[in-house]
Design a protein. Structure first.
Length: 471
């Protein structure tokens, strides 16, 4: 008996040693990931003492939100302009490397009849702005490399932060945002504007009300030929980043809205992904001409498939290089219905799934074709999200990608003013941003599956669905 047990113990140890050596032989390991149970697993550091989850976090109400803007190139000034249309906001500081960008935004304030803000010019000037004790929110619209260092500095100095997309460029940076937000109890929201677009938010509402039955598959994309724009980025940061980085480096516009529809980390979670990309033709050609590059890491077209805890698949695509119409896809395939935004907008509805009275009298549904425009319009009106009911008209007047940018800024300020949890939390920022490095890692290993870290550290099932709070 004793001998038998000894034999079993030795055999188990041998299997363990062999498994370990297989793992090493696979050659699949990196600074912060290893090969485990058939997939690549990134380290998931445990929560440090003194940190608490930010799920459902609400700060004390801030009746007048005092804001500092950092990064005033192509994107930043639009945000400054939108904020001049929001009640209960004071713009305290404007920061950029270039004096002319700061001056341009000071002029906007002047034209809006608002007081001059503090000017901060230079690569480290953001620190002085973050150190001010009369600022509540730092709004970051710099290149991707500077998002996290600035956000961390701001949170460490007691400021809430809003960060342009993607919030972070690596898994490590995602954890830094989560840990710093949890430790400092400051909001960290990524500015994913597409969540608030009119079709997307209405579809999210429909999905949450069960119009499509069970959602099984979703698609999103950032397909936007940037050939006319490459020369517009400060110091060529974007082409330079893409030249060095493989994978879906700009996933959040396509991914964020579908994650909201699928209630990710509010009763559902992202389990793992696989990624495959094409070779680089146009990216390399551009970088060769502009930078003298002989290599280009980012494939011209990158496709990533993500599996969720509830058995759904999400496909995301990235292509900023080839001549094609702009496309974010936004597609939901449900057991009882279908929604699609790009390139052709339409729905497939089935009997009994829409609220009573939505289908106009005499109209019929076709389960293998798009619903008529008449039905589509009626459904869009019937399921308009309460946030759009409240702010759509003003948003369309102020503008910003047709109004969705204003809805986003308005909601951020509304929640801060009223002491409510924000629509997008730091875990959304991490989950949507981490796709960059995870997809690159999969592509680098012949499309091996890569586990998506659980940035909530086991709390993904604690909230019951996405909720946009109102007072
Ligand atoms: N959500 C959207 O629809 C959308 C659209 C466009 C851009 N963006 C995002 O906005 C961000 C900015 O993009 P862009 O097109 O305006 O780029 P840009 O190059 O035009 O502007 C970036 C600005 O940041 C400034 N900057 C860089 N480092 C700085 C620092 N240390 N301190 C202060 N300022 C600094 C630069 O001087 C520049 O003016 C990016 O994250 C991008 O992905 C989002």
């Amino acid at each position: 008996m004793k001998l038998n047990r000894l034999f079993i113990l030795c055999a188990a140890m041998l299997v363990g040693v062999l498994a370990q050596s297989c793992c090493c032989d696979s050659g699949i390991s990196g600074e912060n990931y290893k090969f485990e149970d058939g997939m690549i697993v990134f380290d998931e550091p445990s929560r440090a003492a003194g940190q608490e989850s930010m799920l459902g976090f609400a700060a004390d109400p801030i009746p007048v939100v005092r804001v500092g803007f950092i990064g005033l190139g192509q994107r930043g000034p639009g945000a400054v302009n939108r904020f001049t249309h929001i009640e209960g906001v004071e713009i305290k500081g404007l920061c950029d490397i270039e004096q002319s960008n700061v001056d341009k935004c000071q002029n906007m304030l002047k034209n809006a009849g608002m007081p001059e803000a503090g000017s901060y010019v230079g690569p480290e000037a953001y620190k002085e702005l973050c150190e001010r004790d009369d600022v509540d929110l730092i709004y970051i619209a710099t290149d991707w490399i500077h998002h996290v260092p600035i956000a961390l500095y701001a949170m460490e100095h007691g400021k809430h932060v809003a960060i342009e997309v993607p919030a972070a460029i690596s898994v490590e940076e995602c954890w830094q945002l989560v840990d710093t937000s949890e430790r400092t109890r400051r909001h960290c929201m990524m500015l994913e504007n597409c969540v608030y677009d009119f079709f997307e938010l209405t579809c999210m509402n429909m999905a949450h009300q069960g119009v499509f039955g069970e959602i099984l598959h979703a698609e999103g994309a950032y397909i936007h030929n940037l050939s006319d724009f490459w020369d517009s980025y400060h110091s060529n940061w974007r082409l330079d980043f893409n030249q060095k980085h493989r994978g879906d480096v700009y996933a959040t516009h396509g991914f964020g809205p579908v994650c909201m529809a699928l209630n990710i980390h509010r009763g559902n979670k992202l389990n793992y992904l696989v990624c495959m990309d094409t070779k680089s033709v146009n990216g390399l050609e551009k970088a060769a001409a502009k930078m003298g590059s002989t290599e280009f890491a980012n494939g011209d077209h990158t496709s990533t498939l993500v599996k969720t805890e509830l058995g759904q698949t999400i496909e995301i695509q990235h292509n900023v290089y080839t001549p094609r119409p702009y496309n974010r896809l936004y597609q939901l395939t449900g057991s009882k219905g279908f929604a699609n935004k790009y390139p052709v907008t339409g729905f497939t509805f089935t009997e009994g799934m829409l609220k009573e009275g939505v289908i106009p009298e005499g109209a019929t549904l076709n389960p293998h074709g798009f619903a008529s425009k008449e039905i589509e319009e009626a459904a869009m009106a019937a399921y308009k999200h309460p946030i759009h009911q409240e702010i759509e008209e003003k948003a369309k007047t102020v503008g910003g990608h047709g109004g969705m940018d204003f809805v986003m800024d308005y909601r951020l300020i509304y929640c801060l003013q009223n002491g409510l949890p924000l629509d997008q939390d730091v875990y959304d920022a991490a989950e949507w941003s981490c796709i960059g490095e995870l997809s690159a890692t999969s592509a680098n290993h012949n499309s091996m599956p890569v586990k998506v870290p659980d940035f909530t550290r086991g709390d993904w099932n604690k909230l019951d669905g996405v909720k946009f709070y109102t007072k």
